[in-house]
Design a protein around this ligand. Structure first.
Ligand code: PNS
Length: 167
């Protein structure tokens, strides 16, 4: 059975992420979406539990996709899923530089681990979780950016953030 791992911080999951996950689910028998920590992103909008819950609702229509979380190294997580391949989306050349480096680090830790890249659908090349967080803070319309199932979660959280800031 072929297994793909789609890792990310998913803070929150966007339609660009979902597009990569859906396309991966057509290529592999099983897809594990793994919600992880990115040490460069220090103040997340959502807790890991909230992110897992939102990803679960967003992927519920895909029967071969499951959701997990892990707080350690991605290459170590992959060791527990023998033969699994990492699948990541690439939006632009700038993504490639970062992902190329990550691929080399992951291979150093787990030499048999392979990473495959899917190019982003053209309509999502501008989209990122940070764009969504920024839009949400200004109360902008999030439809077309994130799965409909999680729009209310983001709006609710953004409202809490605004009230804490006294805005
Ligand atoms: O969605 P992101 O934030 O671009 O995903 C990056 C992520 C979470 C996949 C990456 O930061 C990661 O692999 N984190 C787990 C820790 C790890 O293995 N780091 C790489 C070796 S230093």
């Amino acid at each position: 059975m072929s297994i793909a791992i789609c890792p990310g911080s998913f803070d929150p999951i966007t339609l660009g992420h979902l597009n990569i996950i859906r396309r991966t689910s057509r290529i592999f028998d099983r897809v594990i979406v793994c919600v992880m920590f990115n040490s460069t992103k220090t103040s997340p909008m959502f807790t890991v539990e909230e992110r897992v819950d939102m990803v679960r609702r967003a992927v519920s229509r895909y029967p071969n996709v499951t959701v997990d979380s892990y707080s350690g190294l991605l290459a170590e997580y992959a060791k527990a899923h023998e033969g699994a391949v990492l699948v990541k989306g690439l939006r632009a050349a700038s993504d490639f530089e970062y992902e190329f480096q990550m691929n080399l680090i992951n291979k150093k830790i787990n030499p048999s681990l392979e990473t495959m890249f899917l190019t982003s659908d053209g309509k999502y090349t501008f989209l990122s979780s940070s764009v969504v967080r920024e839009m949400a803070q200004y109360g902008a319309d999030l439809s077309g950016l994130v799965p409909n199932e999680i729009i209310e979660d983001i709006e609710r959280k953004a409202k809490q953030w605004r009230s804490h800031d006294g805005k």
